[in-house]
Design a protein around this ligand. Structure first.
Ligand SMILES: *[C@@H]1O[C@H](CO)[C@@H](O)[C@H](O)[C@H]1NC(C)=O
Ligand SMILES: *[C@@H]1O[C@H](CO)[C@@H](O)[C@H](O)[C@H]1NC(C)=O
Ligand SMILES: *[C@@H]1O[C@H](CO)[C@@H](O)[C@H](O)[C@H]1NC(C)=O
Ligand SMILES: *[C@@H]1O[C@H](CO)[C@@H](O)[C@H](O)[C@H]1NC(C)=O
Length: 476
């Protein structure tokens, strides 16, 4: 007799519906979308290597396992309940059973536009800034309740179990420290109860301790250290081999982090990469990987820092940027705008006596151009300053895009339109600007760094992004 598992695949409603089998690769399974459910009830399955993609029109889940061995039966459901699908499998772990319950709870929350929780909820996400506020809220509740992460113990500091805590790569060290803290509620006591396993290797520290002072940009040593780590844990434990890394993740904010897989892409093809450098033209897959927000933690920490948030009517600068000219986009930005315009204030170095945070706090729009890599700490700083972020980048996958609808609170300007910044921003009606500004202030909580982490803050949002990817993967 086969065990019987009801897996509900609730929330992968897409903005763009595709129904052809060949379209499966292009699905974005992690979006908690807002569109109405399509009426079609046909469930397809589609194989690509050891992955099985299950989907109805517009709904997709990925399952990892040997489909021939496990014997899949994907069946058609009645019209009206198409978003349930039944899978018979030889074995179903407790971990998978828990995830199935979480999926069911999320589906129910979306259906009833409410939530269920064992504890008092201090924050209830609502409004158009969320793609699906009910799905997101319940998913966050389920994460806090269930999500367990095993961090491998192998390896020594400072390259492993430690990372940069200050400056622009800080999120890397802060995340590692948080997740390795004895107090973290997400810590698995045993790898067998974990939903995901973490490789706590710090690319930031490898660069700092192995490459500095810099004499070579060759990535060989970086690649070797990371790959050796995977070899060690995959020899010692059964977990990596079981899924070829599909329930494993690494996390880094360093520009070089995407390069770890360059020598052996096969080894890394399933690994969830949580990266600041989320460049979709460089192997970052939004449906497998996670975009990590870049935050610049000042030397004294955030506690010593003053924030200046002026009300919209006091914001006298139309657009603001101050920073170096690294990368093509910034070179062009500085070329066109540096120290040329009162309303669009673009500086390489701030004039004496001017305060960066204060200027952000009295600007309507803050320019966030890509530098050497796609991400910029200015995106998060905009939220701290109540300034509407203007994203100027190619192929940048914005953080938390699964749940946040960035169109509601940011402006996107294509790099080739940089000469038109002033015209574009002036063309946005005041009423529209006010709405966006309000939303930016409201969303600040999702970008605040707390230690220990708190519900819905930046570390919880990163964890939630990882949780969503695991939720969309069934391991058999
Ligand atoms: C899957 O299982 C079948 C039957 O046991 C086996 O022949 C096949 O080689 C397996 N495929 C993979 C990719 O492990
Ligand atoms: C995992 O696979 C590798 C490569 O096939 C093998 O060398 C290693 O022994 C396996 N690990 C375990 C724990 O069986
Ligand atoms: C806004 O500007 C006015 C006039 O300059 C000033 O009196 C007021 O204190 C400012 N508001 C804030 C919150 O700083
Ligand atoms: C993103 O990747 C593409 C393709 O490699 C590259 O041309 C581009 O410069 C990258 N963007 C940034 C900002 O590094």
């Amino acid at each position: 007799m086969k065990k019987h598992l009801l897996v509900t695949v609730p929330f992968f409603f897409l903005d763009v519906l595709k129904s052809s089998l060949n379209g499966a690769q292009h699905f974005e399974p992690f979006l908690i979308g807002t569109k109405n459910r399509p009426v079609s009830s046909k469930i397809h399955h589609y194989f690509s290597e050891e992955w099985v993609h299950l989907f109805t029109d517009g709904v997709v889940a990925r399952a990892f396992g040997n489909a021939t061995k496990v014997e899949w039966f994907v069946i058609e459901m009645e019209i009206g309940s198409w978003d349930s699908l039944i899978i018979w499998a030889d074995r179903v772990s407790n971990v998978e059973a828990g995830l199935a319950k979480a999926r069911a709870a999320i589906r129910e929350a979306i259906r009833t536009k409410s939530y269920t929780s064992d504890r008092e909820e201090t924050f209830v996400p609502r409004g158009s800034v969320y793609r699906n506020p009910y799905g997101f809220h319940q998913s966050h509740i389920e994460m806090v309740k269930r999500f367990k992460i095993w961090t491998y113990k192998e390896g020594e500091r400072p390259l492993v179990h430690n990372g940069p805590m200050k400056n622009i790569y800080a999120i890397e060290g802060q995340f590692i420290a948080e997740i390795e803290s004895r107090k973290s509620p997400f810590k698995a006591q045993d790898p067998n109860e974990a939903h995901v396993l973490f490789l706590p290797v710090s690319v930031g520290h490898i660069v700092k301790y192995i490459y500095m002072p810099i004499t070579t940009y060759d990535r060989d040593r970086l690649v070797r250290i990371f790959t050796d780590y995977i070899k060690v844990v995959s020899h010692k434990y059964p977990f990596w081999n079981r899924t070829n890394g599909a329930d494993h993740f690494m996390l880094s904010c360093h520009d070089w982090a995407p390069d770890i897989s360059m020598k052996d892409p096969q080894l890394y093809k399933n690994l969830i990469k949580v990266l600041c450098n989320a460049n979709s033209s460089e192997g970052f897959h939004p449906n497998r990987d996670v975009a990590l927000p870049e935050i610049k933690v000042p030397p004294q920490g955030f506690s010593g820092e003053r924030r200046f948030i002026q009300p919209p009517e006091n914001r006298t600068i139309l657009a603001f940027f101050a920073g170096g000219g690294h990368g093509n986009i910034r070179k062009i930005l500085l070329h066109h705008w540096k120290d040329k315009d009162e309303e669009v204030q673009v500086h390489k170095y701030l004039p004496d006596g001017q305060d960066y945070n204060e200027l952000m706090g009295k600007s309507k729009y803050c320019l966030c151009p890509s530098g050497f890599e796609v991400a910029s700490p200015r995106v998060v700083e905009s939220f701290y300053a109540g300034c509407v972020p203007v994203i100027i980048s190619d192929s940048y996958v914005l953080p938390f895009s699964d749940v946040l609808d960035w169109r509601e609170f940011s402006v996107k300007i294509a790099p080739e339109k940089m000469t038109e910044i002033k015209r574009i921003l002036k063309g946005i009606p005041e009423k529209e600007y006010r709405k966006m500004q309000k939303r930016v202030v409201k969303l600040r909580r999702h970008f605040e760094l707390n230690r220990p982490a708190r519900p819905f803050d930046i570390l919880h949002m990163v964890l939630h992004s990882i949780w969503l990817r695991r939720l969309n993967t069934i391991l058999l």
